[in-house]
Design a protein. Structure first.
Length: 311
């Protein structure tokens, strides 16, 4: 397991950092991309050490759009809980018994199967997150969760003695637990660490995680009362929130796959609106344009991937 290139450069072992970067990107050490990224990391470290980080900076926009980035983290962690992930994980036995009329033994067996299936499904993200990107996984997961919650709301509206509706409900609970870990059982925490600037990375990630567990508390406390009072209509709340995920991700969330922290900073700094930021991040992720900040001046390497292919 190699050391982090950023850490190596930070402690003065620049050549080792350059070597690790070249191995990770499968490029020669003197490649323009490697040289530019090393210089970008050095500049970023100098800039970070010169600026004192303050948590109140997160609530200001400025050229780095810190508040916008902070809101991305907060909203993403809100989605994780209010899409119903822990609703199903924690209250599956209650749903099976009260909504479907199953006995305690069958409910516990199905709950064990539900959570085991969720664990197995979590490996899907391991193989897809760096192939399709964070945005694609978030949108796919949100669309799937919303569809399952809608189907679950409809299926549980039938009388408990309706066997077909009961089977459909169990099926959609399992299917829901396939979609959850693809985008919201790790990728959401990773994204919050990637989109935050270096000097506020820990603070933003920490506060967004607190927000994550705050909404978990809300769901856990509200669910028993909600199931008893409004029954299957409770699932509609999570359905609506889940369907908001692909829309907001598409228009507001930039892609971070394959980009250095310095590149992500430049994407936010050099583009004004959310759509422009998203568009620039997609270009970077595709390898069409790489932009690095070096010593306060913008350095561009355009179509480098195509040039390497020609060579």
């Amino acid at each position: 397991m190699p050391e982090s290139p950023r850490w190596l450069i930070q402690v003065g072992r620049v050549e080792e950092g350059r070597k690790v970067l070249s191995e990770l990107k499968d490029l020669p050490e003197d490649d323009a991309l490697i040289v530019a990224e090393v210089e970008g990391v050095q500049y970023s470290l100098e800039e970070t050490s010169a600026k004192k980080a303050s948590m109140k900076d997160m609530f200001t926009m400025g050229p780095d759009k810190l508040f916008y980035r902070f809101c991305l983290c907060i909203l993403l962690q809100f989605y994780q809980q209010m899409s119903g992930s822990n609703l199903i994980s924690v209250y599956a036995p209650v749903i099976y018994q009260q909504n479907l009329g199953l006995d305690g033994k069958i409910s516990r067996i199905l709950t064990g199967g539900t959570l085991t299936w969720k664990f197995v499904s979590s490996f899907v993200a391991f193989f897809t997150i760096d192939r399709f990107g964070r945005r694609a996984l978030f949108m796919f997961s949100g669309l799937g969760m919303g569809s399952c919650m809608l189907a679950l709301a409809v299926a549980t509206s039938f009388p408990k003695d309706n066997k077909s509706a009961g089977i459909a409900s169990v099926f959609f609970v399992f299917l829901f637990n396939f979609f959850v870990p693809i985008g919201f059982l790790g990728a959401n925490f990773l994204y919050c660490a990637e989109v935050a600037p270096v000097r506020l990375r820990v603070s933003m990630a920490a506060i967004s995680t607190v927000n994550h567990w705050l909404w978990n508390f809300v769901v856990i406390m509200a669910t028993p009362v909600a199931i008893m009072s409004i029954g299957n209509y409770y699932f509609i709340i999570f359905c609506v929130v889940s369907f908001c995920i692909p829309v907001s991700i598409y228009f507001c969330y930039p892609e971070t796959m394959g980009q250095s922290l310095e590149q992500i900073d430049v994407v936010f700094r050099d583009n004004k609106g959310a759509l422009a930021i998203v568009r620039a991040s997609k270009l970077l992720a595709a390898g069409d344009v790489t932009r690095i900040v070096e010593k306060g001046e913008e350095k561009q390497i355009e179509n480098s991937q195509k040039e390497r292919e020609m060579i």
